[in-house]
Every structure is written in structure tokens, then in C-alpha cells.
Design a protein around this ligand. Structure first.
Ligand code: PMP
Length: 400
């Protein structure tokens, strides 16, 4: 698209030229050798990107992040199960609704928009409820895209282990950008979608299940999950791909699988620590720029701010600012997103900065300059040069 805006929403995101080339290749059949090779390669690479153990099981489904959420819920939670949900925004609320539809009893530990419950609070709720019976699982959203709030999954996974619960993390707006060490933290499911920090077009739901989670599902044969979501359906198919044998249950999105193998390869090139560091540096640089522009974050404390997106409050002033800022930024060639959390929707907007753009300071600069210019249009004092200089100083600092 000649005039496509720079895509700086919190997903879908800009993709690399190599990913785009794989996605744009003539579609292979689902039993063609190049597809089998790409699928097998992608599954092995998922374990590395997830930092999961060799016995963990990756799943890839055609669908969005919501399908990955459904897959986790359908395989691990049954009617009557009691589950604990750490709620930090719109996508945690979606998970709660899914769990209720599944017939689970959901106990929520929540926080005001921009905040997150402390692990001690979560522990307290687990302990308080123990008299009424055990919790089966803990569900949490690593980064809630509606507020930009990031939780620390490690202590929550630990708490779950201590209390015999499975731990399931929605990493749709985090995986491959925010640190997640699945094996080290002993987490049970980490799920995502292709269109965020994995840096692919939308269309794939991805998750990795721990050996414990897999055994739990296989040890609970009935009632079976819907066939398309059932891990048991997919296991022989995915094992065949890893052994480079053709197999079929439902036609995969073949071009996305080609792109997945390439995209995961790019992520692993410099190692996961470098990947996380690039996102951390980008997040910090842009936060410095926003601060120069007089913008403040929705996350209440610096440690809660995700490095993958910025949720920014509209500056005080006329109603015209909140009504038109996003469109004015788009008029300058950069797509950003409006608010999403229902309680604060009209008071903030969101800028995504994950995947490919973390290696493209020129694109980050365009974003900062478009924001500054749009703010100036609306009468806000905003110096784009100074804002970019603040960001650039961080991006240019030696790594380490
Ligand atoms: N969870 C989180 C944290 C998300 O950010 C999103 C998408 N923005 C989803 C789940 C749902 O993903 P999808 O839109 O691909 O279904």
C-alpha cells in the first residue's frame, strides 16, 4: 500500500521485510515439504523464544489471541473448578468472562485502572479462600493492552506452585518482548498471537503448555474440549511436523507458518536477552520523549509500565484534544490507537512499540514527531526536536 500509515498501534504492528517476503510467497500446500520444514522449525523455535523446557508442548492454531485464550481455558478448566484471576484491565475481564462461560467459579483480585495487585494480596486471597476448597488455576495477563500495565509473572507462578494450582499467563501483548522464562519460573501456559511482539501479520494463536499442564489435560479425558481447541486432537499433528512427517487435522494458515519460522528465527538471532533489552530501551526512550512532550502514563508506577506500548493520558485542555488527537496523528502518517479500558476510555490513547520498530530509530522518530506536531496543532506546547533528542540519547547509549 503506497500510502499506508506507519503502524504504531498496540498490534498489529509493522513487520520485517523477511517476514513480509515469507508471508507473500506462493502459498504452499499443508503437506508440502517447505511447509512441513517451516512448521517443524517454528515449533522448536517457540520453545526457545518462550524459554520453555524440551518437554513442553507448543501449539499453533489459526485464530487470534482470543482463540489462544479459549484453547487454554477449554483444556485446563472445567465446570465447577475454582480459579483465581489477577485482573488488570480489559483483557483480564475477557478472560474472566470466558472462565465463567466454561462454568468455573472465578475469584478475582483486581486493581484500579493503571494499577496491579501485589503478589502478597494475591497470596492473601488464596489463603483466605482455602477453607472453601483449593483453587485449580491462577490466570493473569502479563501486559494488559488496555492500560499498558505489566505484572511480574514470576512471583505469581511461584504462588501457584506453592498452592498446587496451574498458572496460565496471557502474553498476547508481551511474548517475545517482555521477559518471560517459562521453564525457570515453572509456569504452565504462556499464550500469544502473531500480530504483536512476534512481529507477524495477525492470524495465528500460539501457546506453549508445560508437561504438567499437558498431563493434567490428558488425565482428565471427559468432558472433552471442543475438537478444534483440544490439545489431544493437535498433539499427533504437531509431533508429526516436528518429525518432519506430513499430517492433517485442519488446514493451517500456510503462509503464516512460513512467516512464523522466519520471524522466530529473527527473534532468536541475537538471543532473547538482547530481544528483551531492545524493547526495554525502546520503551524507556519513548517514555523520555513523552515526558518532554508533557504527557503522562496511565500505569501508576514506573515499574508497572510495559515496554511494548505506552498508554498516555490526553493533556488537559479543550475537549478537542481527546476528540481529535489520534486522527491528527494519523493525518501525519502515523497510526496510534484510542483508549480501550471502559472506565477511562476517553481520557487516554495508546502507542505500540514492539517488534520490528525497536530496531528502526527512524520510525520511532517519525512517531515522536507526528505526536508533537499533532499536539502543537491543538495548542499544546510540544517540542518534537527536544522530545526526540531525549529518546535518542537513550537509544544511543552503549548497551550493558
Ligand atoms: N489479550 C491481550 C492482552 C491482548 O492485547 C489481545 C489483543 N489486543 C487479546 C488478548 C486478544 O487477541 P486477538 O485480538 O488477537 O483475539
Amino acid at each position: 500500500m503506497a500510502n499506508a500509515p506507519l503502524l504504531m498501534i498496540p498490534g498489529p504492528v509493522e513487520v520485517s521485510p523477511a517476514v513480509l517476503a515469507a508471508f507473500g510467497a506462493p502459498p504452499p500446500g499443508h503437506t508440502a515439504a517447505p511447509l512441513i520444514e517451516a512448521f517443524g522449525t517454528a515449533l522448536a523455535r517457540m520453545r526457545e523464544v518462550w524459554q520453555a523446557g524440551p518437554e513442553s508442548q507448543p501449539f499453533v492454531l489459526t485464530g487470534g489471541g482470543t482463540a489462544a485464550m479459549e484453547m487454554a481455558v477449554a483444556n485446563l478448566t472445567r465446570p465447577g473448578d475454582r480459579v483465581l484471576l489477577v485482573a488488570t484491565g480489559y483483557f483480564s475481564d475477557r478472560m474472566a468472562e470466558m472462565l465463567r462461560r466454561q462454568g468455573a467459579e472465578v475469584v478475582t483480585v483486581g486493581a484500579a485502572p493503571g494499577e496491579a495487585p501485589e503478589p502478597d494480596e494475591v497470596r492473601q486471597v488464596i489463603v483466605t479462600h482455602l477453607a472453601q476448597g483449593p483453587f485449580q488455576a491462577l490466570y493473569a495477563t502479563h501486559v494488559d493492552t488496555s492500560t499498558g500495565v505489566r505484572i511480574d509473572p514470576a512471583p505469581l507462578a511461584r504462588l501457584a506452585r506453592e498452592h498446587g494450582m496451574l498458572s496460565i499467563f496471557d502474553g498476547v501483548c508481551a511474548a517475545a518482548g517482555e521477559r518471560f522464562a517459562m521453564a525457570e519460573w515453572d509456569a504452565d501456559v504462556y499464550l500469544t498471537a502473531s500480530q504483536k511482539a512476534l512481529g507477524l501479520p495477525p492470524g495465528l494463536a500460539l501457546l506453549v503448555a508445560s508437561p504438567r499442564a499437558l498431563a493434567f489435560r490428558l488425565g482428565r479425558p471427559d468432558p472433552k474440549p471442543p475438537m478444534y481447541l483440544d490439545w489431544e486432537t493437535w498433539l499427533p499433528i504437531l509431533r508429526a511436523y516436528e518429525e518432519r512427517r506430513p499430517s492433517y487435522f485442519s488446514t493451517p494458515a500456510t503462509n503464516l507458518i512460513l512467516a512464523l519460522a522466519v520471524g522466530l528465527g529473527e527473534i532468536l538471532e541475537g538471543g532473547m536477552e538482547a530481544r528483551f533489552a531492545a524493547h526495554e530501551r525502546t520503551g524507556r526512550a519513548l517514555r523520555a520523549a513523552w515526558s518532554e512532550l508533557g504527557l503522562t502514563l496511565v500505569p501508576a508506577r514506573p515499574e508497572l509500565a510495559s515496554n511494548l506500548l505506552s498508554a498516555l493520558r490526553y493533556p488537559a485542555g479543550s475537549a478537542e484534544i481527546s476528540a481529535t488527537l489520534v486522527r491528527r496523528i494519523l493525518d501525519r502518517g502515523v497510526a496510534v490507537a484510542g483508549g480501550l479500558h471502559p472506565a477511562i476510555r476517553d481520557s487516554y490513547f495508546r502507542v505500540g512499540h514492539m517488534g520490528y520498530v525497536t530496531g528502526r530509530p527512524d520510525l520511532l522518530r517519525r512517531t515522536v514527531e507526528a505526536l508533537a506536531a499533532a499536539l502543537r496543532d491543538l495548542g499544546c506546547p510540544a517540542d518534537g526536536e527536544r522530545a526526540w533528542a531525549a529518546a535518542e540519547a537513550i537509544l544511543a547509549a552503549p548497551v550493558g
